[in-house]
Design a binder for this molecule. Structure first.
Ligand SMILES: C[S@@+](CC[C@H](N)C(=O)[O-])C[C@H]1O[C@@H](n2cnc3c(N)ncnc32)[C@H](O)[C@@H]1O
Length: 323
């Protein structure tokens, strides 16, 4: 089952193993790219400035991508980080990890996220970043705890992207929207999975570990005609999950889907699916901490700032000339 509750061909109901269809990851790529765009002006400059402060620019930054799948996170993030990088993909599904070619120096480790602590303990590089995309909500709460604990124990920065929040709005509205969504979200929580609570759980655990945590909303905003095929797939798979959770919904679900299909064909359907990214930095190290603390209290999620608040400093540090 994918991070948004949809699966594809190789579903597993074991809480420990979540297999995802690579075709689904390809289908969602465009929506993910649009969703993450806002973080280029919010979370990313804070991450980059932090990495400069700890002098990650002086060596190679090792980036561990949890649940890397086909490598979409690296594809998006690597060109946006002005550092020398070495990527490690950690995924428990060797089939998906190898379903697409990866950049030559990418290391693939076939393991579950619980091995993050050991990986960090064994590492020899000075600077590391732990990241993931579309993963946190499919982890069990125990796995999520293990990830946060490893991050805190080793005082590494973390950027966790595209976790589902459980919010969804479909326009035009329908009286059955909420009931179907509730069943879908319950399905996300099955077998001890963190589901829509993942972001809150991770943010709370990392804050308790004296991390400074900042978040940004990264919703999918889908509309016809451009996203029609993906919207149909999304609705069908979310509906299947809702009915699997509550078989009593099957009649309602069938009628609801027919209506939504008709609206798709008429080009009048819009869907927003809530996601959130969090950036967590070891606390108290920079001006970021004070600013983020204020934002966290105010629950500010996306505060636009000039790209790279210390842009001049970044250029000096990475040895680049004026643009
Ligand atoms: C929805 S996919 C996201 C893939 C990729 N990060 C992306 O954004 O396209 C979730 C990925 O997490 C992996 N995964 C799920 N649970 C895992 C676990 N406990 N340990 C390691 N990988 C896991 C799956 O095999 C899958 O590749």
């Amino acid at each position: 089952m994918a991070a948004d509750g949809r699966g594809g061909a190789r579903l597993s109901e074991s809480p420990a193993v979540v297999n995802v269809d690579p075709g689904w990851l390809a289908a969602r790529a465009a929506a993910d790219t649009s969703a993450r765009a806002s973080t280029v002006e919010t979370l990313l400059p804070d991450l980059i400035n932090y990495l400069i402060e700890i002098r990650a620019v002086d060596g190679i930054l090792e980036i561990i991508d949890l649940g890397a799948g086909t490598g979409a996170n690296q594809k998006w993030l690597a060109p946006r980080l002005p550092f020398q990088q070495r990527w490690i993909h950690l995924d428990h599904d060797p089939v998906i990890s190898r379903s697409l070619p990866q950049p030559g120096d990418t290391m693939i480790i076939d393991s579950s996220v619980e091995s993050l602590g050991r990986l960090l303990a064994e590492g020899s590089v000075d600077h590391r970043l732990v990241t993931c995309s579309a993963l946190l909500d499919v982890l069990t709460t125990a796995q999520l705890d293990a990830v946060c604990e490893a991050v805190i124990d080793h005082q590494v920065p973390a950027l966790f992207s595209l976790s589902v929040t459980g919010a969804q709005s479909v326009s035009p509205v329908d009286p059955h929207d909420q009931r179907l969504l509730d069943a879908f979200n319950d399905h996300q929580r099955r077998a001890g999975r963190a589901g829509p609570e993942a972001i809150t759980l991770a943010g709370t655990a990392l804050s308790a570990g004296s991390y400074t945590v900042r978040s940004a909303e990264t919703p999918w905003q889908l509309s016809t005609p451009g996203d029609s095929a993906f919207m149909a797939q999304l609705l069908q798979e979310r509906l299947d999950a809702a009915v699997a959770q509550d078989p009593g919904l099957s009649v309602i679900a069938k009628a609801w889907f027919e209506l939504r299909r008709a609206q798709l064909e008429l080009g009048v359907l819009q869907i927003e699916v809530g996601h959130r990214d969090i950036l967590a930095l070891p606390g108290g190290t920079s001006a970021f901490a004070e600013r983020a603390e204020v934002e966290h209290r105010a629950d500010v999620t996306t505060q636009a700032e000039p790209l790279y608040g210390t842009g001049q400093r970044i250029r000096e540090q990475i040895g680049a000339g004026e643009p």
